[in-house]
Design a protein around this ligand. Structure first.
Ligand SMILES: Nc1nc2c(ncn2[C@@H]2O[C@H](COP(=O)(O)OP(=O)(O)OP(=O)(O)O)[C@@H](O)[C@H]2O)c(=O)[nH]1
Ligand SMILES: [Mg+2]
Length: 243
């Protein structure tokens, strides 16, 4: 499943990297004005084009996930930064027992040609925060290459609009007690065009999402605590620890 906003120039390259045995390709066109859907159809005649009602990557992923019909859903980007040849690693992690396989640029075997110093610092800080709050051991947080069994979708159920969506997926996987495997992935440079991400605006969205999910976690375990400034630790019925 590929979200694409004005990626007509990049799609020929990206679609050529998809494995020949790909079950289906769902592409969510975010109201592109550069012929993204036309190019997708030219280069991948069986593509299913989905339109999103709202705007933003989170909104696109929600629409795309709903349209997927396979047992496994793999999400990757349309700008040439993610390589379809890596899909088999993600699927292998799922077949080996993971519910959710998250790509990581910062574990052995991973890498990024694309990340700036500011983004690396923000990602590291938010990843540390998530690991503290949700007792995870993630090495990457804001990365768009991930995969999961369709059966995990109700637990992940993204309901946010923007670039905080990967964070929401990763946090919800932890909250739901899913078996999470990290898969090394190399992020390449976007080939053409400009990034839609604004580090400060979207960094704040990521931070808000992390804190909002924490509040929901406290709700879920059914214990009433004061959220503001609270320093509590609890274990829910499902063994989830919220701090
Ligand atoms: N459908 C849809 N796709 C989007 C939207 N915003 C971003 N995307 C796609 O989501 C993917 C990631 O967006 P990018 O703009 O590359 O953001 P990024 O990868 O964080 O930034 P760079 O690393 O600089 O490329 C790309 O495939 C975009 O085309 C949107 O509003 N709707
Ligand atoms: Mg990108």
């Amino acid at each position: 499943m590929i979200p694409a906003l004005n990626e007509a120039e990049n799609l020929p390259h990206v679609l050529a990297t998809l494995p020949a045995d790909t079950y289906e390709l769902v592409l969510v066109d975010g109201h592109s004005i550069d012929g993204t859907s036309t190019v997708a159809r030219e280069h991948y005649p069986n593509v299913r084009i989905v339109s999103q009602s709202g705007r933003g990557k989170g909104d696109a992923l929600r629409a795309g996930f709903d349209a997927c019909s396979g047992d496994v859903i793999v999400m990757m980007d349309a700008d040439g930064s993610t390589d379809g040849a890596e899909i088999e690693r993600f699927v292998a992690a799922l077949v080996d027992g993971a519910d959710y396989a998250k790509g990581s640029r910062f574990m052995a075997g991973g890498g990024s040609e694309d990340i700036t110093l500011l983004r690396r610092a923000g990602n590291l800080m938010f990843c540390w925060l998530v690991n503290r709050l949700y007792k995870t051991a993630y090495t990457d947080l804001c990365y768009g290459y991930n995969a999961f069994w369709r059966s995990a979708l109700p637990a992940l159920a993204p309901d946010c609009a923007g670039f905080e969506v990967e964070t929401v997926l990763n946090v919800r996987a932890a909250k739901a007690g899913l078996r999470v495997a990290e898969v090394p992935s190399v992020e390449h440079l976007r080939i053409h065009g400009k990034s839609n991400l604004h580090p400060v605006r979207d960094g704040l969205r990521v931070l808000r999402a992390i804190l909002r999910e924490r509040a929901v976690a406290i709700d879920l375990v059914g214990v009433e605590v004061e959220i503001a400034g609270a320093d509590v630790e609890m274990v829910g019925a499902d063994g989830f620890r919220g701090a």
